[in-house]
Design a binder for this molecule. Structure first.
Ligand SMILES: Nc1ncnc2c1ncn2[C@@H]1O[C@H](COP(=O)(O)OP(=O)(O)OP(=O)(O)O)[C@@H](O)[C@H]1O
Ligand SMILES: [Mg+2]
Length: 459
């Protein structure tokens, strides 16, 4: 970390000198100015991290300097030093946005504490800002294809309304991202976005999850539970994998949509809820209706605004901007320099089928960043994408042909099978898998490389 740079503006040479000594001794970089004008010029040119400012100076007085510093850089912390008995001035300075004031004569400890506090506060604020930016970047929809523009236009039309939205598309195309974007751009954006993964909740729990239950309403209901619909009141509920709901649950959800009210299990009381519903599925609901596993009336209720997110292979123009976006994102996250991508690699990425769509592309880019040593990613770094036929070459754990003979082979094949099953469980979400099996993502990528595991070859 570079040394924090402190600008001291004070007309008294003795004070500047003593502060210079103290600050440099404590590991700060010192800049000194004897007048307001000089200080302002230095502040502009040298971008200090903090200013120590004397109030009473000949020429431009401290309060005016403070004003000008503020308009120069709003977030620059200023600590004001005032002569004895000038409390009123100090109060003025605080009103004008000074971080702290110190009365002369001062002990150097007092100055150091104030400095440290101001710098800490600034660092926290900067961190907050960059976290916020990171969240925004993470939830940004990237792409230039006509297909994606149509999706974005549909989001724009849907967002300000209260209409139910049904998002359909293959696994990993960005359905959840679409749902979040609708919520973020809606009038409900300040309220909650409550996500329910209907496929992940066991059948016997889903109703109490959605609608809540009263204490003692069934064995095991030791506490009252507020359902997701109630939690989402005034906000948005996102019913993910909606095709996986049982017939009974479908009937109850339909009722909520029709009546706008829920009943907790074990309670006869109905509770009004004002909830915007967004649903998503990677199944073809029309087919599910044919098969009789999804209610047609519920389908019509949900699909007031239908949005179909096309698979990545149908919009290869989106691949280069997505690759650059993920490259930026992951190199920042992993604290490494972004790598150059050879044109042949970009072509290969655009030709690939991306069965796992954007999630697979995202995982691939992260893996390339972690696994590639040099500054450029070449075709040689893409073993899994180069030859689709590599899927048919024998790999450890691939069934009878490679039946393990040695202990080592057995260990490998078990490890491979374990990883594949965990990856399937999380829908090939690398971060979540790494978390569940408690290993760093970089190690998981090494294993995927070692065993030649990819979503594309799984199936
Ligand atoms: N257009 C896009 N720009 C940037 N990132 C995207 C885009 N589309 C999807 N992603 C990212 O790809 C990943 C998968 O997206 P998401 O989880 O929304 O897909 P999904 O369709 O809900 O998948 P599943 O069916 O498996 O639940 C996420 O990390 C998401 O942020
Ligand atoms: Mg999803």
């Amino acid at each position: 970390m570079p040394k924090p740079r402190i600008l001291v503006i004070d007309d008294e040479a003795a004070i500047r000198d003593s502060l210079k000594m103290t600050l440099e001794y404590e590991g700060y970089e010192f800049l000194g100015a004897a007048t307001g004008q000089e200080g302002l010029a230095l502040a502009e040119r040298e971008t200090p991290d903090l200013v120590l400012l004397d109030v009473k100076m000949p020429g431009m007085d401290g309060l005016e300097v403070l004003d000008r510093l503020r308009s120069l850089n709003e977030s620059l912390p200023v600590v004001v030093i005032s002569g004895h008995g000038t409390i009123a001035t100090a109060v003025d300075a605080t009103k004008k946005g000074a971080f702290d004031f110190i009365e002369k004569p001062f002990a150097s400890d007092r100055v150091l504490v104030s400095l440290r506090n101001a710098l800490d506060q600034r660092r926290l604020r900067d961190e907050n800002r960059s976290l916020k930016r990171a969240v925004e970047v993470r939830h940004q929809m990237v792409g230039e294809s006509t297909a994606l523009k149509q999706v974005t236009a549909a989001i724009g039309r849907a967002a300000p309304t209260n209409a139910t939205v049904l998002i359909q598309g293959e696994s990993g195309v960005g359905k959840e991202l679409v749902a979040r974007t609708i919520h973020k751009n809606s009038l409900r954006s300040r309220e909650r976005f409550v996500q329910v993964n209907c496929a992940a909740i066991p059948e016997e729990l889903i109703e109490s999850e959605l609608f809540g239950h009263e204490k003692g309403s069934f064995t095991g209901a030791t506490e009252k539970q507020v359902g997701k619909f109630e939690q989402a009141d005034r906000g948005t509920i996102f019913l993910d994998e909606v095709a996986d709901m049982s017939a009974k649950t479908q009937a109850k959800v339909l009722r909520v949509l029709q009546e706008g009210e829920v009943e907790r299990l074990g309670s006869a009381r109905t509770i009004k809820v004002d909830v915007r519903v967004i649903a998503a599925t990677n199944k073809n609901l029309e087919e599910e209706i044919e098969k009789g596993t999804f209610r047609e009336d519920l389908y019509f209720r949900l699909a007031v605004i239908p949005i179909l997110v096309p698979p990545l292979r149908e919009r290869p123009e989106d691949i280069p901007p997505l690759v650059r976006h993920f490259m930026d994102y992951f190199s920042r996250e992993n604290n490494v320099r972004p790598k150059r991508i050879a044109p042949s690699v970009m072509e290969a990425l655009q030709r690939h089928r991306w069965k796992g769509n954007i999630r697979e592309l995202r995982n691939t880019v992260e893996r390339l960043i972690i696994m590639t040593g040099g500054d450029t990613i070449d075709l040689a770094d893409l073993p899994l994408l180069r030859s689709p036929s590599s899927a048919s070459s024998p790999k450890p754990g691939d069934g009878d042909s490679t039946r393990p003979g040695t202990l080592r082979e057995f260990k490998d094949s078990s490890e491979r099978a374990f990883l594949v099953s965990k990856l399937r469980e999380t829908g090939w979400n690398i971060s979540r898998t790494a978390e569940i099996i408690d290993t760093p993502r970089s190690n998981l990528y090494k294993k995927l490389e070692q065993y030649q595991i990819s979503q594309e070859t799984d199936g």
